[in-house]
Write a new protein. Sequence first.
Length: 278
Amino acid sequence: MAHELLRLTQRLCNRPQLISPITLGSVIQYLEARNTVGKEMRVTQAKVAPRQPVLDKESGVGLVQIEGALTNIQYTPECGDESCSYYSLVEDISMLMDKGIKTLVLDIDSGGGEAYGCFEAANEVRQMANDGNVKIIAYVDGLAASAAYAWAAIADEIIVNPMAEVGSIGVVVQLMNTLKAERKAGFERTFVFAGDSKIPFDTDGNFTESFIADLQAGVDFFYQEFIEHVALHRGMSDQAVKDTQAKVFLPEQALKLGLADKIMTKQDFLEYVFSNSL
């Protein structure tokens, strides 16, 4: 639906995100293109089956995939096939817990996503695992950046593919200001408002200093939350997490920094998980 595409685009712009800048740019470009296409023509798209959690009853291993752009709630398929919501992850994992799994595998390949809801949902899963005496193992089969790493951090073990990357422990906001482009195209907006901070633009069409300062305060708040989240679950100091400076690391460096525990190919990982679960 066009309104769903627009709503998701608005949620990703002008608000703090736990996502790598490259991933954020790619997602927004995709959504903007879909918004444009939606206005010009009716697009027929095959329904894509949602990701389903996997349960191996014999070993007691349950697996969920954390892939693509991460959002707080689930959007329609028109918003992109490669998306995953925190809400659906909690539901799927709760279902696996109810079936009595002994080990939960988080199969991760994501550049991150929304800040809102990320830590709350991940911590809820960690608490469920503690209550049910379930071991969580995160396997990074590509990328675990920002919000995706926040989910990896709750695991008892983080195991990475030899070609994987992890990190990007930071927060980003991408601002979009179309006022000047609209003026150049001959459009003029007039705002009638009450409250000095209601409109973020000055008379020249630039973002006001107070708006930027307030936005920075929000970014700093989420950044500190992210640092404390990783430090708590990885047994690191706040400063050690902060010293990563939101960089993305290859496996060997990730191990040295305490951001990962083991390096394994996918085949070796599967043998490791199932041999330790039987």
